[in-house]
Write a protein that binds this ligand. Structure first.
Ligand code: HH2
Length: 267
């Protein structure tokens, strides 16, 4: 059994759904990122654009202005940094500044040239499923079978990425919890997460503090830690490889205990 890695979220945005504005000042984002590493993050995901439902897009210049000083301040940090962007200009500057992974919630569709950049740089690439765009994705998401549809989409995006020269071994996939999905779609994807492993690539999952947890519990965004941990522990059991979370210390403890139990069961 593999041990899931924890990806700590660092949002340098004024409007992220769970922590918007808290870490917009570079020094606060840098301090927070270092705290996440001390708490046990195996990698960091740094984002300068919110993708929450209804979010407005930002220009590459604005996005870069937000993330560049944070990347500079994290020079030499002990874990790999992923840049959460769909833009070539932002990804390129971030890779120049030491990022090692590009996390694209549009799976190389918004700017297909991002594929060529990732191929040339040999960086890691996260391909995430989203139906629609952040502005429209929650209007009326529909699927024949959400798991089959997401798996087929990711298979097609892997093929595209490999066709553009990205080594298959550098690709991770993500079902995009909350991106063009109803509560039931999210639950079905988490219940059947193991089916995404058939793609043969590591599976990343991001449930942290998301709206479906609020819908199930009636809790506000800063009160969803219990639901976040439950969903991630079950994702871990289903074979998730990377858990993208805001609350690294609590998730590290939960994962350690869950994995110890599962490992004993596997002996
Ligand atoms: N979720 C968010 C952003 N990026 N990337 C991947 N690979 N998977 C996810 O589930 C995912 C993601 C949304 O969460 P957050 O960053 O907390 O909020 P916002 O987009 O509002 O900044």
């Amino acid at each position: 059994m593999t041990v899931a890695r924890l990806m700590g979220v660092v949002n340098v945005t004024p409007d992220s759904f769970s922590d918007g504005g808290r870490f917009l000042a570079p020094e606060r984002a840098i301090a927070h990122a270092r705290e996440l590493v001390a708490d046990g993050a195996d990698l960091l995901d740094l984002g300068g654009e919110s993708t929450r439902p209804g979010a407005r897009g930002v220009s590459a210049e604005e996005e870069l202005e937000r993330v560049a000083p944070v990347l500079a301040g994290l020079d030499g940090v002990s874990v790999p940094i992923s840049i959460d962007t769909s833009k070539v200009a932002v990804a390129e500057a971030a890779l120049d500044a030491g990022a090692e992974i590009v996390n694209d919630v549009t799976a190389l569709r918004q700017e297909p040239a991002l594929a060529g950049l990732c191929a040339r740089r040999g960086c890691g690439v996260i391909l995430m499923h989203m139906q629609g765009t952040p502005r429209t994705m929650q209007e009326n998401p529909t699927y024949d079978d959400v798991v089959d549809d997401v798996r087929a989409f990711l298979a097609e995006r892997i093929e595209f990425a490999v066709g553009e020269g990205i080594r298959e071994g550098r690709i991770w996939v993500d079902p995009g919890i909350g991106f063009g999905k109803t509560v039931d779609h999210n639950l079905e994807l988490l219940r059947r997460l193991g089916e995404l492993r058939e793609l043969g690539r590591p599976v990343v999952v991001g449930t942290s503090r998301k709206r479906f947890i609020g819908a199930l519990t009636g809790r506000e965004v800063d009160e969803r830690l219990g639901g976040t941990i439950a969903s991630n522990v079950l994702a871990l059991r289903a074979g998730a490889d990377v858990l993208r979370v805001h609350d690294v210390a609590e998730m590290r403890q939960a994962a350690l205990v869950a994995e110890s139990i599962l490992r004993a069961a596997a002996l």
